[in-house]
Design a protein around this ligand. Structure first.
Ligand code: HEM
Length: 438
């Protein structure tokens, strides 16, 4: 580096590969309690030395679910892509969102189409996709902007707040509620129940000694009851929300039944809510840790936004894994697999693979190309809400960088204890107080 070309890039994050490959157990809670740099080091070691690694399974603590037979852990980007692209061999129907086999009625209710293969998956996806067309998203645009401003208005005079609770969390939830036509009075109930379902591994959210399955079913039942009530109302007086559209759709696939609607709704609030919230929270932390990157984005918000948003999703990897199961004997990454074997796609690791990303531990708002797998790999289950999420992240940061330009994180983030969702529960922040917009 010459004095004429100073290195304006942020330094790369430190990683510590302290574990030998045989000592890495991705099913062990202690692995996930290690400092972030050591976990990243563990994944780096797996990618280099054992990219398709056999892992034991553990019992689900607090639930009557025995430990399963184990699974193949995919940690390289290329192998994650290959499994995602071949759903006929790598099936989602035996459960995509949990490594353990959950009772089938449980997986179906909680995951809906994310836990199905075609043709059932394709039928549901075609019906609900109507809510995610460019036209439907354009209709939501005004709502995203107005709500983002209102969120900032609520805290801006205080000069400090909890970034997660007060800034990152409300927007995705409010937008899903707007999409579905849910009254605002239900927002607190939505927030509480989705927190429970997604935070299942974290004792604070379930309550020490609580039965995870019973707690989750209770939360799901409350959400489903709301949908049933709304379905009855919309059958009488249809509105122009997604709930009315998918109940009354006149399509060759038919409309969704009331049960299917309830489970789609549970999938939507769970998939669309915590993910986007965590992307915004980790994104803010990354911008505070890398002031040079923040300055670049602030100086040219529109010009940098599209690459910055993708980098935030890569960096945060809010969904850590999804699972598939082999429908036949096969070979992946030179590893022979048997019919029925479980395969876990570690997106967090794919997103740090140096075969694809130059200097993967550096947060770079101008990163191009950026073929991350934060929204899943290419294939039938690729995130349905990706464009909506991108929009929400962009609008939220436009407001933050413009209206709270000196916002800083003032304490250690309190991380969710989970190997599935890369979450932040609380994160204090401070900023110069301003005025609410007119
Ligand atoms: C940064 C935010 C988000 C991230 C990181 C994310 C990530 C993902 C991932 C990894 C998958 C699974 C892909 C697979 O199994 O192959 C997925 C699926 C899905 N996501 Fe997202 N998501 C986000 C936001 C959203 C939003 C805002 C919505 C809707 C409001 C949404 C709705 C869905 C749905 C419905 C599926 C299931 C698709 C299917 O099975 O066909 N997501 N998402």
């Amino acid at each position: 580096m010459t004095p004429e070309s100073p290195d304006l890039r942020s330094p790369a994050m430190e990683i510590r590969p302290v574990l030998a490959v045989d000592d890495i157990d991705l099913s062990d809670r202690n692995f996930w309690m290690r400092p972030h740099a050591e976990r990243e080091g563990g994944f780096e070691t797996l990618r280099q030395e054992r990219p398709v690694a056999w892992m034991k399974e553990q019992e689900v603590i607090g639930a009557p679910i025995p430990a399963g037979p184990g699974y193949w852990a995919l940690t390289r980007h290329a192998d994650i892509l290959e499994a995602s692209r071949n759903p006929a061999i790598f099936s989602s129907a035996r459960g995509a969102t949990s490594i353990q086999d959950l009772p089938p009625e449980f997986s179906e209710f909680f995951g809906g189409m994310i836990n199905m293969d075609d043709p059932r998956h394709g039928r549901q996806r075609r019906i609900v996709s109507r809510g995610f067309t460019p036209r439907a998203l354009a209709k939501l645009e005004e709502s995203v902007e107005r709500r983002a401003d209102a969120i900032i208005d609520r805290v801006i005079e205080r000069g400090e707040c909890d970034f997660v609770h007060d800034i990152a969390a409300p927007l995705p939830l409010e937008i899903i509620a707007d999409m579905m036509g849910i009254p605002e009075s239900q927002n607190e109930m939505l927030f509480r129940n989705t927190n429970i379902i997604l935070g299942l591994g974290d004792p604070e959210l379930v309550g020490e000694g609580g039965n995870i399955i019973a707690t989750a079913l209770g939360a799901g039942a409350e959400l489903a009851a709301l949908m049933k009530e709304m379905a009855a109302e919309r059958a009488e007086t249809p509105g122009d929300d997604l709930t009315s559209q998918i109940l009354n759709a006149e399509l060759e696939d038919g409309a969704l039944t009331g049960e299917e609607l309830a489970s789609f709704f549970v999938l939507l609030v769970v998939a669309g809510n915590e993910t986007t919230r965590n992307a915004v929270s980790h994104g803010m932390k990354a911008l505070c840790d890398n002031p040079g990157e923040r300055a670049k984005w602030s100086a040219d918000f529109e010009g940098v936004a599209s690459t910055a948003v993708e980098e935030i999703v890569r960096w945060s990897s809010p969904v850590i894994f999804m699972r598939r199961s082999c429908t036949q004997d096969t070979v992946l990454g030179e590893q022979a697999m048997k019919e029925g074997d479980k395969v876990v796609l570690w997106y967090n690791s794919g997103n740090r693979d140096s075969a694809v990303f130059e200097d993967p531990y550096r947060f770079d708002v101008l990163r191009t190309p950026n073929e991350h797998v934060g929204f899943g790999g290419p294939g039938p289950h690729f995130c349905l809400g990706a464009n909506l999420a991108r929009r929400e992240i962009k609008v939220m940061f436009e407001r933050i960088l413009r209206r709270m330009p000196d916002l800083e994180i003032t304490g250690r983030p309190d991380y969710l204890e989970s190997n599935f969702i890369h979450g932040i529960k609380r994160m204090p922040c401070a900023f110069t107080p301003g005025s609410p917009s007119a």
